[in-house]
Ligand binder design. Structure first.
Ligand code: ATP
Length: 442
């Protein structure tokens, strides 16, 4: 609250729009290498008599004092020759993305994105827009929200001027997310997920009219390709507190619009919070996807994975969690041995096991999942193939069977030392212990 009031005071007092303040703050927030590269690009632009603008999230983040900002630069007219010259001076490389009129200059520890100011036209909802060269004003008008539609001139005659045609500053001060026109979500429904992401990150609120438009147009998510929905959803999951965004998505019907079976609830929100405690085994975002998978049937998980064009690992996390649900009644039984748990859980991705460890209510099942993650999955017999050969075990399938038996004996506390393992092997060789065959070798 205090932060919001301070933000409001700063902005309404106009201190943030003072050129020197914004430029100074930008410079202070940059890593040295980026600052130096930026200075070179600005000098080259000035030599050409051009103005370069910082645009989009960078301006917003300078205003919000959010530390390191992304340097997205825009100039009117082509930027490729500028990028090429800068790369030469900086001994870096440049890459041109001709279709978008953009170029990147990068070196070992900096990266600057340059773009030609452009206007966009959407031939149909969800289609990638047709672009044409345009003025900086038109470039700002194609953007998603007022807070992302500001430009700060970094060089040239206008140096230090803030272009803010949609009152982004007012909306930052008021903590509001507002679209620029009432077809915004129809043109590009990924903005729906972006709105929730910014709300989550900045603790802003979607402004009333924008909210009404979002609700009206939520079904347009259907017009967006799987890859683009996935990209925005994963960005939401990568936020500091993604559960807030997902709860909002649930409430606004956004998840259902992505796929009818997707849902989020308070219990999952709690599990999401617990993922932030140290010592998680599975990487993000697989763990988050697996948590979502705990609410899906295997068939629905497959359909969601298709809708989102998930990668193989992501699909396995989501689908694995959905399938693992079937094991829970068995895991909650008292007569299940650790070796059996390991055998049945090993084929599942870690993310799926970890997700169920976070959400399952039944205490015995939870304990088993957690012990599997923390200890059991690491257990190995002390004797290896060579040692077994010396004891007289033949190489081949028999050897793997004995190794498996030893691992089970370790897990179940039937062999605690190397000597006890040797004893188990002797009994196997003497035929007094039967070795269960692995399914694959049957
Ligand atoms: P972040 O801080 O998470 O990196 P960002 O605000 O920098 O977010 P990007 O996705 O990197 O956002 O996009 C950069 C800028 O491009 C945005 O600030 C916005 O002005 C514009 N933009 C990006 N996606 C869209 C979109 N779907 N529709 C309109 N404008 C967009």
């Amino acid at each position: 609250m205090a932060a919001r009031q301070k933000r409001k005071r700063d902005i309404t007092a106009g201190s943030l729009t003072k050129p020197t303040n914004a430029l100074l703050r930008l410079r202070r927030g940059l890593a040295a290498a980026i600052g130096e590269a930026l200075a070179v690009v600005l000098r080259l632009a000035e030599e050409e008599g051009r103005t370069l603008y910082l645009v989009g999230g960078g301006v917003r983040d300078v205003v919000l004092r959010r530390g390191q900002v992304d340097i997205d630069l825009v100039a009117e007219g082509p930027v490729v020759s500028l990028a090429r010259k800068a790369a030469l001076v900086l001994a870096g490389r440049w890459v041109e993305h001709r279709a978008f009129g953009t170029a990147t200059v990068e070196g070992r520890d900096f990266r600057l994105d340059l773009a030609m100011a452009r206007a966009e036209r959407y031939a149909r909802p969800g289609a990638l827009p047709k672009v044409r060269p345009a003025s900086i004003g038109e470039d700002l008008a194609r953007r998603d929200f007022t807070i992302n539609a500001m430009a700060l001139a970094l060089c040239g005659r206008e140096r230090g001027q803030l272009l803010d045609p949609f009152d982004g500053m007012g909306d930052i001060a008021g903590g509001r997310l507002r679209v620029l026109h009432d077809r915004s979500f129809i043109d590009d429904a990924t903005r729906i997920l972006r709105a929730v992401r910014y709300e989550t990150r900045f603790s802003f609120a979607i402004e009333e009219e924008t909210l009404a438009l979002l609700k009206r147009d939520v079904a347009y998510l259907d017009t967006i390709s799987g890859a683009r929905v996935r990209h925005e959803l994963l960005r939401l999951l990568a936020e500091e507190r993604p559960e807030r965004g997902l709860q909002r998505c649930q409430k606004l019907g956004v998840l259902a619009a992505v796929h009818g079976a997707l849902r989020f609830d308070d219990e999952l929100a709690g599990a999401f919070r617990r993922t932030r405690r140290a010592g998680r085994a599975a990487p993000q975002p697989e763990l988050h996807l697996a948590l979502l998978g705990t609410r899906l049937s295997p068939a629905d998980a497959e359909a969601v994975a298709l809708r989102l064009a998930l990668s193989k690992r992501q699909r396995q996390a989501l689908g694995g969690a959905a399938m693992l649900a079937e094991l829970l009644p068995w895991l909650s039984r008292a007569d299940v041995r650790p070796s059996q748990v390991v055998e049945r859980l090993e084929p599942y991705p870690l993310a799926a096991v970890e997700a169920w460890g976070l959400v399952v209510g039944q205490a015995r099942a939870k304990r088993k999942l957690r012990r599997y993650l923390a200890e059991w999955r690491y257990v190995k017999p002390s004797l290896d193939g060579k040692a077994l050969e010396r004891l007289g075990v033949a190489q081949g399938p028999a050897m793997s069977d004995v190794l498996r038996l030893l691992k089970a004996a370790r897990l179940d506390g039937e062999a605690r030392t190397r000597e006890e393992e040797v004893e188990v092997v002797r009994r196997v060789l003497a035929g007094t212990v039967e070795v269960p065959r692995a399914e694959a070798s049957e």
